[in-house]
Ligand binder design. Structure first.
Ligand code: RP5
Length: 163
């Protein structure tokens, strides 16, 4: 992980969410963006949640990525606590395979937006890349790394399935 001041906070509702949320951190590392990774639950650690989000802006955080399963209110409550962009990742940790978390995250009432991504690891990866894309708009170094990452990804696609 880069050692400069974290610009993105990656929050997850449980330590058990880490394997699903790691792709977000991996994507940000590839873009040279440092993150602050925390286990914070909106319902199990509400004071920790409010304290962290309340101090995050002053600490340099520009974007939040929140992953949670079940009745996933972590992203929504985070968005209620900050005007900074909140990217929500629904996690498939319940018997409903993340459909519950997807609906809970995406169906925010008008007024407190959460940008919601796909369920699980692909959603976490895209949330990390999207946070990078937001930062790329104001940081040429991140923009350069994002362009390089896209070019590498394109070059890795074979012309035929036999290559
Ligand atoms: C949510 O409940 C967490 O985000 C996690 O996905 C789910 C289950 O948490 P654990 O019981 O595994 O800690 O709050």
């Amino acid at each position: 992980m880069a050692e400069d001041i974290p610009r993105v906070a990656v929050l997850m509702g449980s330590k058990n969410d880490w394997e699903l949320m790691k792709p977000a951190v991996d994507a940000l590392e590839k873009l040279g963006v440092s993150c602050d990774v925390r286990v914070i639950s909106a319902h199990r650690t509400p004071e920790r949640h409010a304290a962290f989000v309340g101090g995050a802006g002053e600490a340099g955080i520009e974007i939040f990525i929140c992953g949670a399963g079940f009745a996933a209110h972590l992203a929504g409550v985070t968005a209620a606590l900050t005007p900074l962009p909140v990217l929500g990742v629904p996690l498939d940790s319940s018997a409903l395979n993340g459909i519950d978390a997807l609906l809970a995250t995406v169906q925010m009432p008008g007024g407190i937006p959460v940008a919601t991504f796909g369920i699980g690891k692909a959603g976490a990866k895209n949330a990390g890349l999207f946070a990078g894309a937001i930062l790329a708009g104001r940081d040429p170094e991140v923009r350069k790394k994002l362009d390089e990452l896209r070019a590498t990804q394109t070059a890795a696609v074979p012309e035929t399935p036999f290559d």
